[in-house]
Design a protein around this ligand. Structure first.
Ligand code: SAH
Length: 355
């Protein structure tokens, strides 16, 4: 059996799938899922991410979180967590950069929230010498101060898509046409969860909701609000989503999301407003959504690049300059990617971010 065979049987038995059900099977099916079965990152993989582009990314995230910890009186012990750590590169860079922060390593307990056995193995290797604990969900985080990073995690969570039509909303679904997977629409119906979008959309507009994002954000925000700490969430997306952003990437090229399920990465833009509102409900403050390029510049990425560049020449120097540009330039990742910070009310917001 292949994932296509499994999906076809599922549709024959139960009818068309929501985009979320489809994404969930494609990414995390225990036997055929994209993340569950492989390491998709890097030059030979399907996509690359900021921590894989340069060590500077994880270092600066680490120093920003460590500064927030110092600003809050260096609580000990605390959980140092990451959502969806991929190959463990960001965490490894963060740990190296924070070695000089007095007391930080002694007080930290590393917890990684990761669904993929293949990537858990890669993380164990990258973090040899540390003793991370792996958790299945953010709900399992202990009740203690929490410093957390999440890069390109929320974009991998399943989304549902709705088209505004006939006075209500039609859900986009995946069914079968002549035996092949194809998109269709459910009959229009009211969707109370989309009432807040009636004012800013019109007939024919498509909106996306990510039902998994709010409970995860609330679990994190509740710990930060109650015990202190901070979270840095980095992803592509914006304050409120409009339009179809479902995207498949295979071997660094855009692909048809219904072609070769389980063989391509599937993502959608993150609706940061939904994350911020979930954090607020849990009693947490949130920063202004800030472009990644602006955030990294404020944290001193250019000084860091200069220091790393000093001993380099030729190709190594060019590739460092290219990495700096890729992370920060508005025409590359600098503007598409955004940063949201969560922090306890009545404390200073995180470095590089404004309330
Ligand atoms: N943060 C890494 C990897 C991004 S890819 C980087 O920037 O390079 C997305 C990561 O989230 C992968 O590690 C994937 O296995 C994990 N993931 C996706 N959905 C998940 C879920 N529902 N629960 C836990 N981890 C998940």
């Amino acid at each position: 059996m292949s994932l296509t065979g499994h999906l076809t049987a599922r549709i024959r038995a139960d009818g068309p799938l929501s985009v979320a059900d489809y994404m969930a099977d494609c990414l995390l099916h225990p036997k055929f899922g994209y993340y569950t079965t492989r390491d998709p990152l890097g030059a030979k993989g399907d996509f690359t991410t900021a921590p894989e582009i340069s060590q500077m990314f994880g270092e600066l995230i680490g120093l920003a979180l460590a500064q927030a910890w110092l600003d809050q009186g260096a609580p000990a012990p605390f959980t140092l967590a990451e959502l969806g750590p991929g190959r463990g590169t960001l965490m490894a860079d963060l740990l190296r950069a924070t070695r000089g922060v007095p007391g930080f390593h002694a007080a930290m307990q590393i917890r990684l929230i990761e669904a993929s056995p293949a990537l858990r193995a890669a993380q164990a290797k990258a973090l040899e010498g540390y003793a991370p604990e792996w958790l299945d969900t953010a709900d399992a985080l202990p009740d203690q101060p929490l410093l957390l990073a999440a890069n390109e995690f929320f974009d991998a969570l399943p989304i549902r898509q709705f088209l505004r039509a006939g006075g209500g909303w039609s859900e986009k679904r995946i069914g079968l046409t002549d035996g092949a997977l194809s998109f269709g629409l459910s009959p229009a119906a009211p969707q109370p969860a989309l009432d807040h979008r009636l004012a800013d959309t019109q007939e024919g507009d498509l909106v996306e909701i990510c039902e998994a994002a709010a409970p995860i954000t609330q679990a994190i925000a509740a710990r930060i609000a109650a015990h202190g700490g901070a979270a840095l969430i980095v992803d592509y997306g914006d304050w409120r989503a409009l339009g179809d952003t479902l995207q498949a990437l295979r071997a660094h090229e855009p692909a048809d999301p219904l072609q070769s399920p389980g063989e391509a990465d599937l993502t959608a833009h993150v609706d940061f407003e939904a994350l911020a509102m979930a954090a607020k409900t849990a009693g947490c403050a949130f920063t202004r959504l800030t472009p990644q390029g602006v955030f990294l510049e404020r944290l001193g990425i250019t000084d860091r690049a200069r220091a790393l560049a000093a001993p380099l020449q030729g190709e190594a120097l060019d590739s460092l300059a290219a990495a700096h540009r890729r992370l920060t330039h508005p025409g590359e990742m600098g503007n598409l990617f955004k940063v949201l910070g969560l922090y306890p009310p009545q404390t200073t917001p995180l470095p590089g971010l404004n309330p």
